[in-house]
Design a protein around this ligand. Structure first.
Ligand code: PRP
Length: 185
């Protein structure tokens, strides 16, 4: 696929898939004998969740939440809005939140507080990408894939104006495209 806005590849497909396998092995080991409710945060986490789930060796069920923190901006607004809640109760369940990326931590902080109040048996986080330099609030990440630089990354679920989520690798945008992706003020 030709991607005109791409500066360079940050993580190629084989690096990502190897890490997904490592994360799945760790989760499978820790949850042996238990059933896990995977909760993906739409939309970006769908690709990671699909790959992770297929490598897990414990019984799993899926549920989804939609929250909005960015809109079409490339910077976090800090505003978390709930767009779609879970379909099922998580009371007494072992819940694993699956996130593609943790940046400011605001989305995850909100989700952890919300879901903890619903009395799950356990609540952990699996995030493929950790943009540590963007953090505004501290959040626990029990299973973490990669630490990445504080740059605008796209692919493997992450979008540029809703495009390129299907790209199997992770790439850094050209600076001029990053600027173009910001909303007009
Ligand atoms: C991304 C990502 C997380 C959130 C993390 O979603 O999937 O949910 O941002 O950012 P934070 O740590 O700064 O809160 P986004 O809002 O871009 O929605 P999308 O997955 O639908 O693209």
């Amino acid at each position: 696929m030709h991607i005109p806005e791409m500066d360079r590849i940050l993580l190629d497909e084989s690096e990502i898939q190897a890490k997904v396998g490592e994360l799945a092995a760790a989760v499978s080991r820790d949850y042996r004998g238990k059933e896990v409710r995977l909760i993906a945060v739409l939309k970006g986490a769908v690709i990671f969740m699909a790959d992770l789930a297929r490598r897990l060796e414990v019984p799993v069920s899926f549920d989804f939440m939609a929250v909005s923190s960015y809109g079409h901006s490339t910077q976090s607004s800090g505003v978390v809005r709930i767009l779609k809640d879970l379909d099922e109760s998580i009371e007494g369940r072992h819940v694993l939140i699956v996130e593609d990326i943790v940046d400011t931590g605001l989305t995850l902080r909100y989700l952890l507080d919300l879901l903890e109040g619903r009395r799950p048996a356990s609540l952990r986080v699996c995030a493929l990408l950790d943009k540590v330099g963007g953090r505004k609030v501290a959040v626990p990440i029990h299973y973490r894939g990669f630490e990445i630089p504080n740059q605008f990354v796209v692919g493997y679920g992450l979008d540029y104006m809703e495009r390129y989520r299907n790209v199997p690798f992770l790439f850094i945008m050209k600076p001029e495209a990053q600027a173009a992706g910001k909303p007009a003020v």
